[in-house]
Write a protein that binds this ligand. Structure first.
Ligand code: ATP
Ligand code: MG
Length: 431
């Protein structure tokens, strides 16, 4: 390895020790007889101090030629110094330039110069060098690890279902067509039908963390055309309550893990995460409409909640909560109905965002075919899916949780693109 420590490992207690560090030139300060370089790596920043008398001439003379954001390697001695940032500095013996950066930077990674989101996303690689995105993606990793840990503890196994599919999951809108040899194919909007088929296959508990593709036409702060969905499906449930309980406990677990493991990152983002108390509150769709009406927002029964209604509910409820018993007409055909009007479907809401949707599924073949027809779809288009309901399908249910939406609530990001490495939206296919 070209280095044996990160900048964060350099502490005053290591005074006198020799270290080899490598990273990016964050800043250069040349005061003539003494020169400073701030060296940045993924753990933070350390100061290199070069007094003319104390470092080799060749090393000293290299500093004025260092360009910002060049990649360098440093060998030197740790020196405790109360006046240095973090009380410690490096007196370099040797500085080697591994990769010189162009002097014209499309974006200032030190974050001192403000840039709008579009400029930042265009120069995303430089943008990601900043402390805040680094913190966000560290948290994102802790979140996915926490999800795997939690679900596997409950006996779920991770699966990967196809992302190139022959027919729409829930009707034809929002689908991206794909050129697939001599046939029509699409990018999967969700793993829904496949995870249900795995219930017929006897897996009982599966989860998938994978991409979903939606041809959302409009740019909003909470929609991407390619997002990551955390999906579960679970057999032998008594009602949707069984899967709601998994979901609320998972979210509480995620928050706990991030609090425990990302103290530094939360500080960088200026965030304090609350302890989420389970069970979350549950209100029915009808109760939600009444509540909204009390606050001056009228939503007609049978309509999806408009953005402003979601936002208003986010003001009323400080904690995450469920909206249950959604009307039949705005839920997909595979949802189990409760009666002629409402279903077992639920949404998990938090901070004015829909984080997840789920339900108990219809596992009875005849009912399922009827519901497909009622929604104006053709059962023949679902031949292989329907086939799996004929030979013993347990009662089951599940949900899909948006990974980016979850991260928005944790990091308080205003825009979903902030928590996505290289976001895809209507206007953005690069980088
Ligand atoms: P919305 O009403 O907010 O557009 P949806 O009801 O169409 O979402 P679902 O089909 O219920 O979405 O998908 C499950 C979850 O996946 C959503 O609750 C959300 O967290 C996430 N999700 C869905 N579509 C997107 C998207 N285009 N971008 C980011 N996340 C999404
Ligand atoms: Mg939904």
């Amino acid at each position: 390895m070209l280095k044996d420590a990160y900048t964060a490992d350099v502490t005053p207690e290591r005074d006198g020790e020799e270290v080899r560090l490598a990273g990016w030139v964050h800043e250069v300060r040349d005061l003539g007889g003494i020169k400073f370089v701030l060296l940045r790596d993924r753990t933070g920043i350390v100061q290199l101090t070069l007094p003319r008398q104390k470092v080799p001439k060749e090393t000293f003379e290299k500093v004025p030629k260092l360009t910002k954001e060049s990649v360098i390697r440093v060998e030197g001695i740790v020196q405790a110094n109360k006046k240095a940032p973090r009380g410690v500095e490096i007196i370099p013996r040797r500085i080697e330039v591994l990769s010189k950066s162009n002097t014209h930077l499309p974006l200032d990674p030190t974050g001192k110069v403000d840039a709008d989101l579009d400029t930042r996303l265009d120069a995303r690689v430089l943008d990601l060098r900043r402390e805040e995105p680094q913190a966000i993606f560290k948290i994102r990793n802790v979140v996915t690890s926490a999800i795997r840990e939690f679900l596997e503890e409950l006996g779920f196994i991770e699966v990967h279902t196809p992302k190139i599919i022959a027919s729409a999951t829930e009707g034809g809108t929002e689908l991206f067509p794909v050129v697939y040899f001599e046939r029509d194919a699409y990018l999967a909007q969700s793993p829904q039908l496949y995870k249900q088929m795995l219930m017929a296959a006897g897996f009982e508990r599966v989860y998938e963390i994978g991409p979903i593709f939606r041809a959302e036409e409009h740019n909003t702060r909470r929609h991407l055309n390619e997002a990551i969905s955390v999906d579960i499906e679970m057999s032998f449930i008594e009602s949707e309550e069984d899967v709601m309980r998994v979901l609320e406990k998972l979210l509480a677990h995620i928050f706990r893990k991030v609090r425990e493991e990302c103290e530094r990152e939360l500080k960088v983002l200026n965030q304090e995460l609350p302890e989420l108390e389970v069970p979350f509150e549950r209100i029915t769709y009808e109760e939600a409409l009444n509540l909204l009406s009390d606050h001056g927002i009228e939503v007609e029964w049978g309509e999806d909640l408009p953005t402003e209604a979601e936002r208003k509910l986010g003001e009323i409820f400080e904690e995450p909560f469920f909206i249950t018993e959604w009307p039949k007409e705005i839920r997909p055909f595979y949802t189990m109905a409760k009666d002629d009007e409402v279903t077992t479907a639920f949404d998990l809401m938090y901070k004015g965002l829909e984080l997840a949707s789920g339900a108990q599924r219809e596992h009875r073949y005849d009912m399922l075919v009827r519901q497909i027809e009622e929604q104006g779809l053709n059962p023949a288009d679902f031949k292989y899916y329907l086939e799996s309901f004929k030979y013993g399908m347990p009662p089951h249910g599940g949900w899909g949780l948006g990974l980016e939406r979850t991260l928005m609530t944790i990091t308080d990001a205003e825009n979903i693109r902030e928590v996505t490495l290289f976001p895809r939206d209507r206007k953005r296919l690069h980088p």
